[in-house]
Design a protein around this ligand. Structure first.
Ligand code: FES
Length: 96
């Protein structure tokens, strides 16, 4: 993971630590202070870098659904920041 952070230093927002999140049932650590989509890229640089994404809020191919109480809330992953303890329960096919 540390290697990922170093190789992505140019595209990640500055961060001090990794935070714990859950993605479709998997517990992972990702850089704080970054958009969700960058965190997904951090976890799988090949897949996200090669996906059909606009990175600017237009295409909605990056949509994810997070647990919010006992409901799900849709977020645009290139726009929404990751949060400590966030649970992503579904992702659009383009990034799954
Ligand atoms: S990547 Fe297109 S809306 Fe997020």
């Amino acid at each position: 993971m540390k290697d990922n952070a170093e190789s992505m230093a140019d595209i990640l927002e500055p961060f001090e630590r990794l935070i714990d999140v859950e993605i479709c049932g998997a517990k992972v650590q990702v850089p704080e202070n970054n958009p969700i989509l960058r965190c997904l890229q951090y976890l799988d640089i090949e897949k996200i870098s090669n996906a059909d994404l606009c990175w600017n809020g237009d295409c909605l191919n990056c949509q994810v659904w997070v647990k919010a109480g006992n409901k799900e809330k849709a977020l645009i992953a290139c726009r929404a920041k990751i949060e400590d303890g966030m649970k992503i329960v579904r992702m659009s096919p383009e990034i799954s």
